[in-house]
Design a protein around this ligand. Sequence first.
Ligand code: LMR
Length: 394
Amino acid sequence: MLGDLKDQPVDKIIALIQAYREDPRPVKVDLGVGVYRNPEGVTPVMRAVKAAEKRLWEQETTKSYTGLAGEPDFHHAMANLVLADTVEHERLAFAATPGGTGAIRQGAELIRMAAPGATIWLSAPTWPNHPSILKYLGIPVREYRYFDEESRGVDFSGMLADLESVAPGDVVLLHGCCHNPTGANLNGPQWEELADLMLSKGAVPFVDIAYQGFGDGLDDDAGGVRLLASRFPEMLVAASCSKNFGIYRERTGILMALAGDRATQKLAQSNLTFLNRQNYSFPPDHGARLVTMILADPGLRDDWMAELEAVRRGMLDLRRQLADTLRDMTGSDRFAFIAQHRGMFSRLGATPEQVAAMREDRGIYMVSDSRINIAGLNRTSVPVLAEAMVKAGM
Ligand code: LMR
């Protein structure tokens, strides 16, 4: 039986982690997987998370099962964090999931159950696991243009032109903020225009928001998803707590399905609960409980927000340093886009050969499409990367 299996492709982001570890050079720079690191290269446990864990250890009296779709307190805390007061919670169905990836998977399965044959539209490029999961589930996929390789900003006219072909009931998967892998994001008027177009087409938005708080701040980063929630009768939102709470390995995420009315909400809830039961029964609880505690307690919440804001500002500083260093080295503004991008990632625009050369020469690891994790840099490695880019002929 097992011998009949086909070998599977390795995820190119995850493969980088291993390649970096195996590189024996003492000086190397890991700009691969999207994990925050402080200037010392450490992914810290956030203060509020530590404090909540201590409290939980003292107060928790049982490890018995939670609700099959997760705990209502977590659902509502996350709905408030992501959607604020843009929708009534009675219209939301929820599934707590193992990370944001679990939410994407459950959302895709829900779509397949509700609308077999509906196409899901993906940005070109997007996070590689999006098409991988959808292909695995046999869901038809189409792409819309997103990134302008020249300006390294959003190709908004291309995006709108491609989405003209969306059929009623098709789903459009959008990055809520901090686009992965490009770092180029829609502005407020563009979200409005996009919403107009998708409404006119009868499309259903599916928003993946995995980096809320890493771009322009917690509220600004949720501006797009909140706008859509206030205008669409139905939509799906997959939110991750991995990055903004720094609880990557706890696997904490949530799928929220916005329904047009109470009866549809009940139907969506019953299906999401069913899907959790089929796929993993009860969702992980530890991270969800910490997030709920932090969001409910004003002291913990303030401290979490302050630390998250410091993380965000640190990444913005690194963006500016890199853009300034490249400007000084090249005497040109062609890398100014790095300071305009938001979130953990920027797509630099290097060819695969240039990416390979930077890895060979300087031990700099980035994804082959030249996506870098800004948080993998620090004051020392910014000039190292800038020099390597110039030397590679960028
Ligand atoms: C990334 O894009 O690097 C992160 O979302 C981590 C992952 O699972 O790929």
